[in-house]
Design a protein around this ligand. Structure first.
Ligand SMILES: [Zn+2]
Length: 125
């Protein structure tokens, strides 16, 4: 019947490491897209499409969206890395603002969060 107050770090570490791999890949893809590269250039280059108005070119709006998404992904990726760093320090799962433990249910939803729901909603700094 012993209720463990401590969260299972290993579980969140796995989650964060998966996120880190996934987000890194996603960020690379978005950055390529934002730069107008298709990411599949080598494959496409062999076929060398030359249609006017074909979808080989990534249009400006798409590039802009990719850039905006890339910056969001980069922010999350930073938080994920920060979370992993905190695990090594032993401060993972502690709210940045009020220094109280972040509820496990919140960490399951957002494993990279550094604030409890209350402080995150407060929105200061
Ligand atoms: Zn808090």
């Amino acid at each position: 019947m012993a209720t463990k107050a401590r969260i299972n770090i290993d579980k969140y570490k796995t989650l964060l490491e998966e996120q880190r791999v996934e987000l890194t890949r996603e960020l690379k893809r978005l950055e390529d897209q934002a730069a107008g590269r298709s990411g599949e250039q080598e494959v496409v280059a062999a076929e060398d499409f030359d249609e006017p108005g074909g979808d080989a070119a990534v249009d400006a709006t798409e590039r802009q969206q990719a850039r905006a998404m890339a910056s969001e992904v980069r922010q999350i990726l930073d938080l994920v890395k920060e979370g992993l760093r905190r695990m090594e320090e032993g401060s993972y799962g502690i709210c940045d603002v009020c220094s109280k433990p972040i509820p496990a249910i919140r960490l399951q939803l957002i494993p990279w969060t550094t604030r409890c729901a209350k402080c995150a909603a407060g929105g200061t700094g």
